[in-house]
Write a protein that binds this ligand. Structure first.
Ligand SMILES: C[S@@+](CC[C@H](N)C(=O)[O-])C[C@H]1O[C@@H](n2cnc3c(N)ncnc32)[C@H](O)[C@@H]1O
Length: 246
């Protein structure tokens, strides 16, 4: 079962941010009006992009996420599939793989297979944008000793949701195993439910990403450290790569 299936009901509550949307919108306006989002989740970006009159295909491996996305909007063409292998009929001006979907590919082979597939789906001269978290040295220490972290509190119609997590990083494989703990509380502060979930991501740095893009037939046009086009530095929270199909 795809990792995100059992998180689909919580995803929109957890990640409602849209600070990255203007960046992708501006890029779409520059590059043309057909766009594919790889690993689109429940449409956090795909839906507003489609509502801005772009023709958007959203590829997502989790059925739960796709169902959520379809229920929210019919403006997106949803495709349930693995972004490493799926074959779409269209070719796109712009492809995006945002908010760590690329890090869900846990091996170099999967990452490269995906990049080759993404290239195949771009029109000649089309652009691929990838955005991943940039991790600080304290987050990628072996067997990270950061312990239990309180990630956030979210208000619910009848109470609140708390999320905690423990992450463990393995320097040899670059894989970060994340254990998520969810607790929901009623209006009176009474604990109503608890659930746990495991996720894994493979941390990728700037040079590895650039090299992979080159190997897969892209010309890296820009590397940014955020959504204002700022330079990528040791203190950046984001790593954004824009790569043109050669
Ligand atoms: C952190 S979420 C990001 C979702 C979305 N891009 C966003 O910005 O909100 C990562 C998503 O990538 C999806 N995903 C992971 N591996 C995938 C694969 N091989 N093919 C398609 N989707 C994948 C997950 O199911 C999940 O919905």
């Amino acid at each position: 079962m795809p990792e995100y299936d059992s998180l689909a009901d919580l995803y929109d509550l957890e990640y409602g941010h849209d600070y990255d949307l203007p960046f992708w919108l501006a890029l779409a306006e520059r590059e043309g009006d057909s766009l594919v989002e790889w690993g689109a989740g429940s449409g956090r970006l795909a839906i507003p992009l489609a509502e801005a009159d772009l023709s958007v295909t959203a590829v997502e491996v989790s059925e739960g996420m796709v169902e959520r996305g379809r229920a929210k909007s019919s403006t997106v063409e949803w495709v349930r599939g693995n972004m490493c292998r799926v074959e779409l009929e269209k070719r796109y001006d712009l492809a995006i793989c945002a908010f760590n979907s690329f890090l869900c590919l846990l091996s170099l082979d999967d990452a490269l297979t995906f990049l080759h597939n993404a290239r195949k789906h771009l029109a000649p001269g089309g652009l691929l944008g990838i955005e991943v978290s940039a991790f600080g040295p304290e987050e990628v220490r072996d067997e990270s000793s950061l312990g239990l972290r309180h990630d956030f509190t979210r208000d619910l119609p009848r109470g609140r949701l708390e999320r905690f997590s423990v992450s463990r990083y393995d320097t040899a494989s670059q894989v970060m195993a994340i254990q998520l703990f969810y607790e929901t509380y009623g209006r009176q502060g009474n604990l109503e439910s608890k659930r746990q979930h495991k996720l894994a991501i493979r941390v990728v740095g700037r040079s590895e990403l650039e090299l992979m893009l080159r190997l897969a037939g892209f010309e890296v046009e820009a590397i940014y450290g955020g959504f204002e086009g700022e330079p990528f530095t040791a203190g950046s929270d984001h790593l954004v790569a824009l790569a043109r199909r050669r």
